[in-house]
Write a protein that binds this ligand. Structure first.
Ligand code: CP
Length: 339
């Protein structure tokens, strides 16, 4: 997917350093630095942590609902000592027709030094970054990307999978890991960001789902990414790797227009339930970015079971988002926490 603004596609050098709009902009070394910073921040004394961004101002600008991303960015900013303000499309002058650009300029005039944006339109963070000149953190834009989710997913795998080499992350850290991403791939910014990030750390990604949710052109498959439509086969490949991950995705009803899907058939073929997990990949790590619909893409017993890393994902999100805020607002401090 090519993302362009009014003036055409934007390069990384055209928006403020410290922005994170796509995982494609991160080198493996930058990914390693963010993951290392998240680890340092997790073990840092809360008093020391609260000095890192003391007095700084962070705006959260949300045009779509969110529980995990919004709350964790807000708590992350506050625990680093920053002041936060939340602007939502449902309770602001956005309802009266104010544009994204004018909303961003207003937040900048009020002293915001960084904007965290969730927006239903793919590419909206580029427009905001260009029009404000501020560091922008993409908290999910349409069907495009969710970079902080992919980073927290990577950290969850690094901490939960067996046999991951210790030390700084590199291009082979996830070698031997097979990640099955199953469900509504077409509409999923989480799938897109993970399919771009994980192979660069050495993982193999198998995308799984029926044609309407996973057309051949869905993601523009890169190296290390392939389609396997049979969920049981995909799971068995993950299971036999010894370092298997199965990431389940919600069907995004809000983005599905005119999709004809037989839900009973979908559940029979693609739901992750106890029986299927035990038969195909009994040791696989189970992940879900949330929100999950129990009884549809995932059975409640699996979500709550011993293989589940779903709550770990949420917890890691806090520290990954702290690292991104430190990177966005304080390069000096960022280097110091990644040592
Ligand atoms: N994973 C995720 O983006 O969840 P929220 O929509 O609750 O932020």
């Amino acid at each position: 997917m090519t993302i362009s603004t009014e003036q055409g596609a934007m390069k990384k050098s055209e928006y403020a350093g410290g922005s994170l709009l796509t995982v494609a902009d991160l080198t493996v070394d930058e990914v390693a630095a963010i993951l290392a910073a998240a680890g340092s921040l997790e073990t840092m004394h809360p008093v020391e942590r609260a000095r890192m961004l003391a007095g700084r101002r962070v705006a959260l600008l949300f045009y779509e609902s969110s529980t995990r991303t919004r709350t964790s960015f807000e708590l992350a900013a506050k625990s680093l000592g920053a002041t936060t303000t939340l602007v939502s499309d449902k309770s602001s002058s956005i309802e009266k027709g104010e544009s994204l650009k004018d909303t961003g300029l207003t937040l900048r005039a009020l002293g915001a030094e960084c904007i965290i944006l969730r927006h239903p339109n793919s590419g909206a963070p580029y427009l905001l970054a260009k029009s404000t000149g501020l560091p922008v953190l993409n908290a999910g834009d349409g069907m495009h990307e969710h970079p902080s989710q992919a980073l927290l997913d990577a950290r969850t795998m690094l901490t939960r999978l067996p046999g991951i080499p210790a030390g700084r992350v590199h291009a082979k850290t996830l070698e031997g890991v097979t990640v099955v991403i199953t469900g509504d791939i077409l509409h999923s910014r989480v799938a897109r960001s993970n399919a771009m990030l994980l192979p660069r750390l050495g993982a193999r990604v198998l995308l799984c789902g029926p044609v309407p949710l996973l057309p051949e052109h869905a993601l523009g498959l890169g190296s290390g990414v392939e389609i396997e439509r049979d969920f049981d086969k995909a799971l068995k490949r993950a299971g036999s790797s010894g370092k298997g991950v199965v990431m389940m995705l919600r069907i995004q009803r809000e983005r599905v227009v005119g999709l004809e899907l037989d839900l009973a058939d979908y559940i029979a073929r693609y739901q992750l339930n106890e029986e299927r997990l035990a038969a195909c990949a009994p040791n696989a790590l189970v992940m879900h970015p949330g929100p999950m619909i129990r009884g549809l893409e995932i059975a409640g017993e699996v979500a709550d079971g011993p293989n589940s890393a779903i709550e770990d994902q949420v917890r890691h999100g806090l520290f990954i988002r702290m690292a991104l805020l430190v990177r966005a607002l304080g390069a000096g401090e960022f280097e110091s926490v990644t040592v």
